[in-house]
Ligand binder design. Structure first.
Ligand code: MLT
Length: 325
C-alpha cells in the first residue's frame, strides 16, 4: 500500500515539475544516440567513441541504438518523432543532406524536424575490393568495370548512404552503371566483401583502414585531396585521374525539434569536450579521420553545413536521375 502511494506521489510530482526544471537537471537518466545504420559499420564506430566520451562528461550513460534501413532515413525518422527532451539523439552523416533530394516522400522535413547540436567529423572514403579482385590499380579497375559492367557487383548501404553516393560518383566518373547490392550498413557489406560475395565498395576509412592495412581487402584510391598518413601508399582519386570523386563524409549530431535550447547547449558543449577526448582523437587518427574543431561542433555550424550540402548535392542527384521513391 505504502509503495503504490509513494509511486503515485512521485508521478504527480514529476508532472508538476515545470519543463525548465527538467532542462536544469538535464541529464538525469541515460541518453540514447540512434545510429541509422547497422552495428559494426563506420557510423556506429564514430558514434560509440563519441558516446563513451560524452558519457564521461555528462555523468550519465550514453547508449547507442542501431536503426538501419532505407539509406539511414528510417533511423532519422525515428528521432524526428521522438520526445524532444534531449534523451534521444541522432548521429548521421552526409546522407542527411542527400536523402532530402533522393527521397521525394521523406516522413520528416529535413530542415525543420531537428535541432542542431554540432558537427562531429569528416571521414574520407576509399574505393576497395575483395582481395582477389583482378585489377591491380585504379586504372585497371576502371578498364575492368567497363569491360565487365554486367558482372561487377558494388555493395552499398542503400540509397542515401555515403557508400551509395560515392558509388554513384564512381559510376558517373567511369560512365558505367554497375549492379549494386544494398545492405543495412557497410558493416555487413564488409563481411561479404571479405568473404568474396561482392566485388567492390566505396566506404569510409573508419571501416576500411584496418582491413586495408591487414591486406584482407584491396584498395585503389582515397577520396581526399592529399594521401592519408595511415594509408601512405594509397593514391588519391585525383592522382588516379578522377578529381571529381573527391568527397568527405561529414557527420552531425541532432536532437528532435523542440528540444529545449538549454539542453541543446549542454549537449553541444559535451560534444566539444568529447571531440577533444584523447581516446577519441587517437582512435579517429588510427582510422584516417579527425574530430571536427570546436567552432564546428556547434548548432550554427551544423545548420549551415546541412543547408549548404542540400543545395550542393540536389543538382548532382537530379542530373543522375536516381531517386529512392
Ligand atoms: C554505415 O555506418 O554503415 C555507413 O555509414 C553506411 C553508409 O553510409 O555507407
Amino acid at each position: 500500500m505504502r509503495k503504490s502511494l509513494f509511486a503515485m506521489v512521485s508521478v504527480a510530482a514529476a508532472f508538476a515539475m515545470p519543463l525548465g526544471a527538467s532542462a536544469q537537471t538535464y541529464p538525469d537518466r541515460a541518453i540514447t544516440i540512434v545510429v541509422p545504420f547497422s552495428a559494426g559499420g563506420p557510423t556506429d564506430t564514430v558514434t560509440r567513441l563519441v558516446a563513451e566520451a560524452m558519457s564521461k562528461d555528462l555523468g550519465q550513460q550514453v547508449l547507442v541504438e542501431n536503426v538501419g534501413g532505407a539509406g539511414g532515413t528510417l533511423g532519422a525518422a525515428r528521432v524526428a518523432e521522438a520526445e524532444p527532451d534531449g534523451y534521444t539523439l541522432l548521429l548521421h552523416h552526409i546522407g542527411m543532406a542527400t536523402s532530402a533530394t533522393l527521397y521525394r516522400k521523406l516522413p520528416y522535413d529535413t530542415l525543420n524536424a531537428f535541432e542542431y547540436v554540432g558537427l562531429v567529423t569528416e571521414v574520407p572514403m576509399t574505393i576497395v575490393a575483395r582481395k582477389d579482385f583482378e585489377p591491380q590499380d585504379f586504372k585497371g579497375l576502371i578498364d575492368y568495370v567497363k569491360a565487365h559492367k554486367d558482372e561487377v557487383t558494388v555493395a552499398n548501404a542503400g540509397i542515401g548512404a555515403a557508400s551509395h553516393l560515392c558509388g554513384m560518383l564512381f559510376m558517373s566518373a567511369v560512365e558505367t552503371p554497375l549492379v549494386t547490392v544494398p545492405y543495412q550498413g557497410t558493416g555487413p557489406a564488409m563481411t561479404d566483401l571479405l568473404g568474396g560475395q561482392v566485388d567492390i565498395m566505396c566506404d569510409q576509412t573508419t571501416n576500411t583502414t584496418k582491413q586495408i592495412q591487414a591486406g584482407t581487402i584491396k584498395a585503389y584510391a582515397v577520396t581526399t585531396p592529399e594521401r592519408l598518413d595511415v594509408l601512405p601508399d594509397l593514391p588519391t582519386v585525383a592522382e588516379a585521374g578522377l578529381p571529381n570523386m573527391q568527397v568527405g563524409i561529414w557527420h552531425g549530431l541532432y536532437a528532435p525539434k523542440g528540444t529545449p535550447a538549454e539542453v541543446v547547449d549542454r549537449l553541444s558543449k559535451s560534444l566539444q569536450v568529447a571531440l577533444k577526448d584523447e581516446n577519441v582523437v587517437a582512435r579517429f587518427a588510427e582510422l584516417g579521420t579527425t574530430p571536427s574543431p570546436e567552432a564546428d561542433a556547434t548548432p550554427a555550424a551544423l545548420k549551415a553545413k546541412l543547408e549548404g550540402e542540400i543545395q550542393r548535392w540536389q543538382p548532382i542527384i537530379e542530373a543522375a536521375g536516381v531517386y529512392a521513391d
